[in-house]
Design a protein around this ligand. Sequence first.
Ligand code: SAM
Length: 225
Amino acid sequence: AAQAEDPYAAKRAAMIAAIEMDVRAGYGNLERDNLDKKVVKALAKVPRHEFVPKNLQYAAYENRPLPIGHGQTISQPYIVAIMTNLLQVEKNDRVLEIGTGSGYQIAVLAELVDKAYSIEIIEPLGKQTKTLLQRLGYNNIALKIGDGYYGWEEHAPFDAIIVTAAASHIPPPLIKQLKPGGRMVVPVGSRFMVQELLLVQKSDKGEISTRQLLPVGFVPLTGKH
Ligand code: SAM
C-alpha cells in the first residue's frame, strides 16, 4: 500500500524519531552519534507490524523487544538501528545474519544491499518467516534453517555479519567467513546476564580487532557447537 494509506506510517515515524534521539543522546562508544540517512530510510520502509503477532501489532512501533513465539523475540528497534548503522553496508555488500527470528532485521538490511542471507535454527520459525518475507516481496533475501554458528560457507566471504543471539565467544567460522575489510557485530557474554555488543573488524591484511560497544540483552545462541 502507498505510504499515505499506511495506518502505521505515523507510528513508524515516531519510532524513528525516538531512536534518533536515543542515538544522539549517545549510549557510549558507537563510532557515530547519528544514524546514517540510508539506515533511517530503511527503517521507514519496513512495516514492523507485519513481523509481530497480530495481538501485539498495537505495540509494533514502541521501542522495545516483543515476543514472537517459540520462546524468541523481535529485537528492540533501537538495537536494530544501531547494529545496522555499525555494519556500514554498501549496496553491493554481501550480508549474513545469524538468528532470523521474525525477519525484521534482515528485511531492514535487505533495503540496503542487493543480496542478504540469514540463518535460523528453529525450523517452524524459519519457515514461517520465509513465507512472510515472500509475501512482503523481499526477493533478495536467502534463508536457511541450520546452526548459524558455522556460517554459510557456500556464500562466503561476507562484507558484513550480524549475530542477533548471544554467543559465549565469537564463532571462529564467522571470523573466517568475514571478508578482509569486513565488519561483524555480535553480542558476546553469559546466557543469562547482560552481554557486550562487540564490533569485530577484519583489516585488509586479515588482522582482527575487537571493540566493546554497549551492554545488550539477547536470547542465547543455541546449537550443538
Ligand atoms: N533478528 C531477529 C529479528 O529481527 O526478529 C531477532 C533474533 S532473536 C533475538 C534470536 C534468534 O536467533 C531466534 O530466532 C533464535 O531461534 C535464533 N538462534 C539461536 N541460536 C541460533 C543458531 N545457533 N543459529 C541460528 N539461529 C539461532
